[in-house]
Design a protein around this ligand. Structure first.
Ligand SMILES: [Zn+2]
Length: 163
């Protein structure tokens, strides 16, 4: 598990070659920001939790802007990811906190690949890391895709009972 502190990741590369790499703990990815921005314009046009629409996703969708840290949103932006459009979230049960708080995991996708470090998963909220295992669904295959996976917490704010 990698829990980056502000400023722990850095970017290498030049404006000229457009291909850039970014480090997060002992992981490194190569990414294509322009291709990722195009992916969010053409293909990932709706947040995963909106298109699912189950109660867990609805609860997440209502609060999605509040669950991410500023550092995380900055990292997503540098990769070319639209932070309003998570690819998918999954519910991991109550965190034990009062009032009722739910643990969620999820992925954001980008055009790139893991070039160094272990293929790992985050464990505790709020943390994130790069991973190559994520559901791809019906995505176009003409670009290598990589994901940033997060674990977050959100209060249960729906009038419906959490089950
Ligand atoms: Zn759902």
């Amino acid at each position: 598990m990698i829990r980056p502190e502000p400023g722990q990741y850095y970017i290498a590369g030049t404006m000229r070659d457009m291909e850039t790499s970014i480090s997060l703990g002992d992981q490194q990815v190569r990414f294509d920001r322009d291709a990722t921005m195009a992916l969010y314009r053409s293909t990932i046009t709706e947040p995963g939790s909106d298109s699912c629409g189950c109660t867990y996703c609805k609860n997440f969708a209502r609060q999605r802007q509040g669950v991410y840290s500023d550092e995380f949103k900055l990292l997503l932006d540098r990769l070319g990811i639209d932070h309003h459009k998570e690819w998918e979230v999954f519910e991991l049960g109550p965190s034990g906190a009062e009032p009722l708080t739910i643990k969620y995991g999820g992925w954001f996708l980008f055009c790139g690949e893991l070039t160094k470090g272990p293929d790992t998963h985050p464990e505790a909220p709020f943390s994130f890391c790069f991973t190559t295992s994520f559901p791809t669904g019906t995505l176009p295959q003409h670009h290598p895709l990589c994901a940033i996976e997060f674990i977050a917490e959100a209060r249960w704010i729906l009038p419906e009972q959490y089950e």
